[in-house]
Design a protein around this ligand. Structure first.
Ligand SMILES: Cc1cc2nc3c(=O)[nH]c(=O)nc-3n(C[C@H](O)[C@H](O)[C@H](O)COP(=O)(O)OP(=O)(O)OC[C@H]3O[C@@H](n4cnc5c(N)ncnc54)[C@H](O)[C@@H]3O)c2cc1C
Length: 523
């Protein structure tokens, strides 16, 4: 084989997968048909779950230094501020990153690209995938270089991170059902002053659409995303000036623009691939699902597809797990994509419907209902967990097993294990569990019980074990997370709970590892 994994596409999804495989010692080749990184900002919102993953990769601090945390979202209708979602307080205690980090896609790609180079690997630019042929033990891929010459290479697996027009998807014969929206979006990076609440997201709902204002780095620098007024939809060569009257119309006459550095219009689709895998080829990111940008989920979902597949591919390629483990990638990520598509589609239709009734609903009923609902802490918490993606779980996955006896309120198998601060040893200070996490291994947390002998668990260096001592600080954290004082949690490398229960039985871990994860017994 020329390479263990061929990653097609060096957008955010491909770069995330390349980094995850590099960190785990997998030999991967990442190619892109463009001559270098994209300079367009495109996606802008980095969610808390992505920042948690960035922290594992050692790049969260750089992202935080470059980005701008938006700690609240303000809802405006008919020129009045009708409500505010306090992202900071809604997410406090649930994640180290209780906000949406406003950081352009180009910066995210640069940070991940630099990290890849720091590990001695790089993207092979000017290289396009043009053909694929699957065999039982690998894939032959035909690549076209900048001078038009083609060459064939072999890879054990192929990851299609090649965007909405994915060649991997087309060459694998996978359908991409869905439809385009009739609406045309515009995006503009501007310098502006007006009614917007500084450093926060501002959502202006109006009779014929919406405008989102995201705070960007610098003073009075905003990204505006909106839909074109129907009368402008089919006008060619549109410039920013054309949309200014409609923005002023509902964001207020006091809105002043001093510059526009980027303006673009685009149509969007809502589609999901029929399958996320064909034999040895996987689809991730926009190659697998595209949807409306409402909620700033697109880029983040692709990054998490890659995080889900990365550790599984590495275990299989290192000979530690059976290839059946890879079946769980599609089984876990398709439901997430479909749910996202449905919710963003429903939200999008509500905020863009052209009908008079929908316009009234949006500016009167929706704005008031949302404002009212957002006053309750519970609703704020649910909204934050959904948008931040920390609430994503794989409870239905074959990799998730909750043993009898664990209360329903406790974290269950498939959940992202909560962010806790624990004293890991009686003689050590309280530590941030996420800071100490090692996402290249399984992690067994034992509460109120001793650890079985390592040999009895049969996982060798793939397992890290922490026996959490009883202690007032630990007890308070367990109570907060509703974790019983006698319980155990076996975490997958991606921080989701694989197996959990009350009293640990070494045989249960062995059976789980063999039957569910397909781990090979140590010799
Ligand atoms: C104008 C605009 C605004 C957006 N705003 C938002 C937003 O606010 N929030 C949000 O979450 N999302 C937003 N999105 C969507 C977001 O940009 C995508 O979800 C994200 O880029 C997906 O990343 P990806 O890596 O999966 O695919 P892409 O970023 O599309 O990367 C695919 C890569 O594959 C390469 N490639 C394609 N075919 C081949 C081939 N045959 N061989 C080799 N290489 C190939 C391409 O050159 C490209 O570099 C926006 C998109 C657009 C267009």
């Amino acid at each position: 084989m020329d390479t263990e994994v061929l990653i097609v596409g060096a957008g955010p999804t491909g770069l995330m997968l390349a980094n995850q495989l590099a960190r785990r010692g997998v030999n991967a080749l990442i190619i892109d048909r463009h001559s270098g990184p994209s300079l367009q900002t495109r996606a802008l919102g980095v969610q808390a779950r992505t920042l948690e993953i960035y922290a594992r990769m050692g790049i969260a601090d750089r992202a935080l230094a470059l980005g701008r945390p938006a700690t609240g979202a303000n809802l405006w209708a008919d020129g009045r501020r009708t409500g505010r979602v306090p992202l900071g307080s809604a997410g406090a205690g649930a994640t180290p990153y209780p906000y949406i980090l406003v950081l352009g896609q180009d910066d995210n790609e640069r940070i991940m690209g630099d990290q890849l180079r720091a590990g001695g690997r790089d993207v092979q630019w000017n290289t396009e995938l043009v053909a694929l042929e699957q065999q039982s033990d690998g894939v032959t891929a035909t690549l076209k270089d900048a001078d038009g010459t083609t060459r064939a290479i072999t890879a054990a697996w192929v990851a299609g991170c090649d965007g909405a027009h994915s060649a991997v998807r087309t060459l694998s014969g996978i359908d991409f059902p869905g439809a385009p929206y009739e609406h045309v979006f515009f995006v503009a990076d501007v310098s502006a002053t007006g009614s917007m609440v500084a450093d926060e997201v501002n959502v202006y709902l109006w009779r014929a659409g919406f405008h989102l204002f995201f705070p960007m780095r610098g003073t009075d620098h905003w990204r505006i995303v909106g839909i074109l007024p129907p009368a402008l939809r089919d006008k060619p060569d549109l410039a920013f000036d054309a949309v200014v009257p409609s923005i002023r119309g509902e964001a207020g006459a006091g809105l002043n623009f001093s510059a526009c550095s980027w303006f673009s219009t685009y149509r969007i689709h809502h589609r999901s691939a029929a399958r996320f895998r064909a034999q040895r080829c996987f689809l991730l990111g926009d190659a697998a699902h595209v949807h409306s940008p409402v909620g700033a989920q697109g880029m983040n979902t692709g990054l998490q597809d890659a995080y889900n597949l990365g550790w599984k591919l590495a275990l299989v390629l290192k000979g530690r797990a059976d290839a059946a483990l890879l079946d769980s990638y599609e089984a876990e990520r398709i439901p997430i994509a479909r749910r996202l598509l449905n919710t963003t589609d429903r939200a999008f239709r509500l905020v863009v419907s052209d009908s008079w009734l929908a316009g009234l609903l949006r500016t009167q009923v929706l704005a008031r209902l949302a404002a009212l609902a957002m006053k309750t802490e519970r609703v704020q918490g649910i909204a934050f967990r959904t948008v931040s993606q920390i609430g994503i779980h794989y409870r239905e996955s074959v990799l998730s097993q909750t043993l009898p006896g664990l209360p329903d309120a406790a974290p269950q198998a498939g959940d992202r294990f909560p962010w806790l601060k624990l004293r890991l040893r009686a003689d050590r200070p309280v530590e941030d569990l996420f800071q100490t996490a090692d996402d290249t291994r399984l992690h067994l947390l034992l509460f109120g019980q001793a650890s079985p002998a390592e040999a009895d668990l049969g996982l060798g260096d793939l397992l890290r074990t922490d026996v959490i001592p009883a202690d007032p600080a630990n007890d308070a954290e367990l109570a907060r997370a509703q974790i019983p004082r006698t319980s155990f949690y076996l975490l997958r490398p991606d921080g989701h709970v694989g197996l959990c229960g009350t009293q640990l039985d070494a045989a249960a871990i062995k059976a789980y590892a063999a039957a569910r994860l397909g781990l090979q017994p140590l010799r």
